[in-house]
Design a protein around this ligand. Sequence first.
Ligand code: SF4
Ligand code: F3S
Ligand code: FES
Length: 246
Amino acid sequence: MAQQAHLRVWHGDSEGGELRDHHVDSYEGEVVLDLVHRLQATECPDLAVRWNCKAGKCGSCSAEVNGRPKLMCMTRMSTFAEGETITITPMRTFPVIKDLVCDVSYNYVKAREVPAFRPPEGLEPGEYRMQQVDVQRSQEFRKCIECFLCQDTCHVIRDHEENKEAFSGPRLLMREAELEMHPLDEYPERREDAKQEHGLGFCNITRCCTDVCPEHIQITDNALIPLKERVADRSYDPLRWLFRKK
Ligand code: SF4
Ligand code: F3S
Ligand code: FES
């Protein structure tokens, strides 16, 4: 039997908008995205929302549900108290295009700035050989579905638009860590690049990115902190320091 859910949904565009209240039927086993679709199918046919897989795997349906970065397709209605108002707003860190759809191109611009994997000279794709033990750590990072919820929640850019130029955010710093840990990557200045070009120093290890990751990737402990340690090793290694002084 249907129950009535009280949704408060943000409607608007880059010029501004407002929260509007809606009462939508909700059935057992449904997720927030089901109700957003029902809203579209009934009173708001022009409501803009991005989604694709409805299985937590495409990373499209990212939004903020009661102020928390969430995948709408993985947020069960049963997690809310009966009669609770469920507020759905677009990700705050990125410019709104319309309603719940944001312009996430910042992330793609930053991704393009990460120097590509550089294999040893003479090795062609298909000839790469490595031990499982050597890729074990970075394999976790490959689970990323690029939902950008970690980017949305990181206070360095969420509260400071001006930092976007210098800081690439946890998802892209994790990509740097992945390549830095890759046994065959020979790009010579990856640590320096993470520090100088992607703003690793801005991260003060608040772990908010890790808390919201739907893939439960240990972004802070397994990527960002080890990357910081490697950068520190390089910067404070006395032999390297002496060498640089010459
Ligand atoms: Fe999403 Fe996690 Fe990837 Fe960040 S690291 S983009 S939160 S899947
Ligand atoms: Fe931001 Fe994650 Fe660091 S939330 S401050 S990148 S630990
Ligand atoms: Fe694909 Fe939600 S629709 S992750």
